[in-house]
Every structure is written in C-alpha cells, then in structure tokens.
Design a protein around this ligand. Structure first.
Ligand code: GDP
Ligand code: SF4
Ligand code: MG
Length: 408
C-alpha cells in the first residue's frame, strides 16, 4: 500500500469513528472538523455504503483518521441494524467513538443501542449534539439531560474547536506500543541490519526499517545501518559494542553468528508483532506448529488485498514451509480483509499477516477472539522467526520492556 511522502501509515493513527443515524450530520461534522485542520492529508472516497477514512493532523493529538460510517441507518431494530457488517467492521478498529445526534429526534432507542455497543466493546465515546442552530425537540433535551455531551452546529461551525479539544482530552494517549523507542537509552548505539536483495523495494527502505530509525532518533540513540554483508565490518569499526542489533528475520541465522552472544539481538518482525499485536499470544500460537499433523486446517488471514507476488509469503511460502515442517499436506484457507471468520473452531492454527495497514485495536480483537475460542494464532513474522530458529534469543531484549496493556 502506498502511503505517500512523509505520511503516517493509516494503521498507526488513532481511529476516530463517527456513528449516528443517517442525516444526523456525521459527514458535515467531519467536514467541519477537517476544514479547520492544519493539514488534511487526503480523502479516500468509498462507495455510498463503505466507510470513508479521512486522515488528518488533529492538534494537539497528532495523526488521526476520522471514519465516516456512511452505511448506517436508523431503520428497524437498533442493534440488528448496528450489527450490519460494515459498521461492526468499523467498530472493531475504533479507538474513540463520536455519537452524532440530531436535535430533531424524538426516539433514542437507536442511540441507546449504539452506546450499549460502545460500552460492550470498551470504546471511549463522546455524544455530540449537532444542528444546535435549529430548534431542539423536547425529547432530545430530555435524553441529553445528565449525559455528558458537546453541542455543535456543523453548518455554522460553532462548537467545533471545543469539540476538537474534548476529543484530544478523552482520546487514549497510547493506543499502540512504540516500535522500539522504549528499548533505546540516550547515547545507545543501535545497529540495524537490512538485507538489500531482490525483494527490497527500489530506491527506498521498508516501513519497519524507517520506524526503527525514527524511534532510535526519538530516544536520542545513535543508529548505524548496514547490510548483513557489512555487519562484521560495522561491528569492527565501532569502539564499543552496540546496545542492540535489529535484523531482518530472513538474515537472522547469519547475523546471530556474527553478533557476539552478549549483545542483544532481535528482528524487525518481532518489533512489528509487538506493536500491532500481543507478542506473548503470537509466540504461544507459533508453538502449536509442533502439534500440527497432515490434514489439519490452517487459516491464513491477510488484512488487505495486495497483489500476490510470484512466491507470495501467505499463499505460497508459508503453506510450503508448513507442509515441509509437518511432513505432509495441510489444508489451507485464505481470507482477506474484514472477512475474518467469527467462528475459528474448525482450524488448528491461524496465521495472520503482518497487518502493516491495520491498527492495533483490530488485530488485538482478532487475537482475543482466537484466544477465547482456544485456537492458536500467530503471524507471518513470528512464524518465519520460529522456522529460522530465532527464539529465544530474539525475544530476550523484549522481556523486561513495559508492555502497554491498553487494548489488551
Ligand atoms: N441546520 C443544520 N443542518 C445540518 C447541520 N449539519 C448537517 N446538516 C444537514 O443535515 C443533512 C444531513 O447531513 P449529513 O452530514 O449528510 O448527515 P449524515 O447522513 O449523518 O452524514 C444535510 O442536509 C446537512 O446539510 C447543522 O449543524 N445544522
Ligand atoms: S502484511 Fe497484511 S496488511 Fe500488510 S500488505 Fe500484507 S496483507 Fe496487507
Ligand atoms: Mg454521511
């Protein structure tokens, strides 16, 4: 997925979902909020029923994505309606929900249903009464009584700045763990090993490498970057041992042989897995590979539609490696995007992609779902690390780090 120059990946942004009945003014409110923004990064149009994602910088919060749930309407049973596929899919990734209320409404069963759903999902939410330039119905006044809410007019742009301040106030402050900032002390020398092979994109670095560089700088560390072929030379030229070496998992065996055993070593995949998911569960999940036998069912879950490559990791490599590992043929199913099945019980193992375009909230939800159903779940990076014999050395540097519990 192209992210454009200097742009924060959508998956790394705080996801703010705008919910409410049709015509409450969700789209108008999003426009009012984004128009006053310092930087509107882009607008990704969807169809009339698909949610629309609008990335923006929301001062002082930072990079967020506003999600317009265009498909939701207020017909029929509120919860039945709410369970509509697309809205549920948005709820799964929502870090903060805004419930947009139209002051003309006379019945709030629908809104009550949404509030219930936010509470069930432990999503912090804010009620926003829109259209305050119009006469409010007595029922609206009554419903809002004793409810914390903000009053805005998207049309006249009143109350919008106050709303933005409130959003910043109640938004979760740490919705994902750092990539590696917490592993670096000021002045630490960190060596990053990046193989430049045929799989490396032309003229640039891949996102985990960029994230690592940025985190080392944020933590006032010193980053050295080299290919695995120059690693020995790099270590030789340093007048002290590095505090940490991070390598691509594909080169792990070679790198582990070069880096002295007392030097901490981990892989980009492990750092990514920690940021986007529950590292403990994913490692626990990969251990289930030991129990796999020919004929067992494995679900491969890809988070986005990407053009499968010739020797695609999820479609080709992982099935091949796993079949080799069990010495027979396993049954593989592949799902893409939000088609992650509610019932995983027919599977012996779920292998998720690296989820580079997903946000942590949604991946944590999938990991939790698998854990509740007793189905082991792991991801590509952890699977490769396991098959490459990376554990336990590569997990050691993460042992004592403070793992944020939010979204767990
Ligand atoms: N008077 C008034 N009309 C509004 C306001 N916000 C939205 N509207 C109107 O309400 C209608 C529905 O708005 P829209 O943003 O499309 O609602 P959505 O379906 O929730 O996305 C449109 O005709 C808007 O012009 C407001 O603050 N005041
Ligand atoms: S790792 Fe997952 S989210 Fe990232 S490009 Fe591949 S399929 Fe898409
Ligand atoms: Mg709309």
């Amino acid at each position: 997925m192209s992210t454009g120059r200097g742009r924060t990946l959508r998956g790394d942004r705080l996801h703010i979902g705008f919910f409410g009945r049709r015509n409450a003014g969700k789209s108008s409110l999003i426009n009012a909020v984004t128009n006053q923004a310092a930087a509107i990064v882009s607008e990704i149009p969807g169809t009339t029923t698909d949610p629309v994602f609008k990335p923006m910088e929301l001062h002082p919060l930072g990079p967020v994505v506003l999600i317009d749930t265009a498909g939701l309407d207020d017909g029929g049973d509120p919860l039945g309606t709410l369970r509509k596929e697309r809205t549920v899919a948005v709820l799964k990734k929502t870090d903060l929900a805004l419930l947009v209320v139209d002051g003309n409404s006379t019945n709030f069963a629908f809104e009550d249903g949404l509030v219930q759903e936010f509470e069930n999902e432990h999503i912090p939410y804010l009620i926003v009464l829109n259209k305050v330039d119009l006469q409010l119905s007595p029922e609206t006044e009554k419903w809002l009584l004793e409810k914390t809410h903000m009053r805005v007019s998207s049309k006249n742009r009143t109350g919008i700045d106050e709303l933005k301040k409130k959003i910043a106030e109640i938004a979760p402050k740490e919705w994902e763990p750092p990539f590696m900032r917490d592993l670096v002390h000021p002045g630490d020398v960190i060596v990053l090993v990046a193989p430049i092979d045929l799989g490396a994109p032309k003229g640039r670095l891949i996102m985990p490498q960029v994230k690592a560089l940025r985190d080392v700088l944020d933590a006032a560390g010193i980053a050295m970057m080299c290919r695995e072929s120059e690693l020995a030379l790099t270590l030789q030229k340093l007048n002290q041992k590095p505090a940490l070496v991070v390598t691509d998992s594909q080169a792990f065996t070679q790198v582990a042989a070069t880096v002295p055993p007392e030097v901490a070593l981990t892989s980009f995949s492990i750092l990514s897995a920690r940021q986007k998911g529950d590292l403990d569960e994913l490692v626990k999940g990969v251990n289930a590979v030991k129990n796999l036998k020919p004929g067992d069912r494995v679900l491969v879950a890809e988070y986005c539609t990407h053009h499968p490559q010739e020797d695609d990791i999820g479609r080709k490599k992982i099935p091949r490696w796993l079949n080799d590992h069990v010495g027979g043929v396993l049954q593989f199913d592949t799902v893409v995007g939000s088609d992650f099945p509610a019932d995983l019980k027919d599977y012996n193992l779920v292998v998720h992609c690296g989820a580079c375009t997903a946000n942590r909230k949604e991946i944590m939800g999938r990991i939790k779902q698998a854990a509740e159903q007793g189905i082991p779940i792991t991801n590509y990076g952890i699977m490769i690390s396991y098959l490459k014999g990376v554990f336990p050395r590569a997990l050691k540097p993460l042992e004592n780090c403070i793992a944020p519990t939010r979204n767990k």
